[in-house]
Design a protein around this ligand. Structure first.
Ligand SMILES: [Zn+2]
Length: 255
């Protein structure tokens, strides 16, 4: 055994953490076990054990035949969700949201921890503080996700995440933007967020669910209005008005 050879898993783990942390790996891919054994000067068994630990920590992931990669394993839902995006329209998303989010708010009213409610309040502040629609949307998504998370049901949260990912698809950005402008009910939306959180804090599932339902119904109504404008119901005046507000180039005018 040479002086630099360590058959020690803890040593291997430390070296691998440094290697991963250095960010020097091409394409985020780790060298093979054999190569690691050589470059780190540790036994293969130690390398293997250290990799197992890193994998359990979610710092690396392996794909059969392709190698070991740094980072979290990509969500297996990914490709399914891409296919779903192609086949789903925004009204379908609203139908699903209207059926799961009130239930999630109910459960949150029963299970949310004080720290989680505090975070909901903080997120509401962020939504209200932001002036650009894009940032508002982002924080709104975070608030809705926090409520879903506070429902304390992992499967429900996964379903929420899939819906949320479809919802964020770029194809619908323009419609959502238009809905926000057509609605001009930012104040009402803020008010509703407070009602939802108040009910959750008061441990009132019925009221929390109903407040969420009202919030989403208003959102749905605005979307319907926006998409029907989009579909051609738009008068010339409306169309011109939209073109003016669309000046910032962030919208696709399809009429
Ligand atoms: Zn909201």
């Amino acid at each position: 055994m040479s002086e630099t050879f360590h058959d020690n898993s803890a040593y291997a783990l430390e070296r691998l953490r440094t290697l991963i942390g250095s960010g020097d790996l091409a394409d985020g891919k780790l060298p093979t076990e054999r190569a690691l054994t050589e470059t780190l000067g540790v036994g293969r068994r130690s390398v293997r054990r250290a990799l197992e630990v890193l994998e359990s920590e979610g710092l690396i992931w392996r794909r059969q035949g392709a190698g070991t990669f740094v980072g979290e394993k990509p969500d297996e839902w990914g490709s399914h969700v891409d296919a779903l995006v192609d086949g789903t329209d925004i009204m379908e998303i609203m139908e699903v949201r209207l059926r799961i989010e009130p239930q999630l708010a109910q459960l949150a009213a029963m299970r949310a921890k004080p720290a989680e409610i505090e975070r909901m309040r903080m997120l509401v502040e962020k939504i209200e503080d932001r002036t650009d629609a894009d940032a508002k949307e982002l924080w709104d998504g975070e608030l809705h996700r926090q409520i879903a998370k506070s429902a304390g049901n992992q499967l429900f949260l996964s379903i929420f995440d899939v819906v949320n990912r479809i919802r964020q698809d770029a194809a619908w950005q323009a419609i959502r933007e238009r809905a926000r402008r057509a609605g001009s009910s930012v104040e009402a939306s803020h008010q509703q967020h407070h009602l939802i959180i108040d009910a959750i804090e008061a441990r009132d599932p019925g009221r929390a669910g109903e407040a969420m339902r009202q919030h989403l119904l208003m959102h749905q109504e605005r979307l319907i209005r926006a998409t029907s404008l989009d579909a051609s119901g738009m008068t010339e005046t409306q169309s011109t008005a939209l073109e003016i507000v669309e000046d910032d180039d962030r919208l696709i005018t399809s009429s």
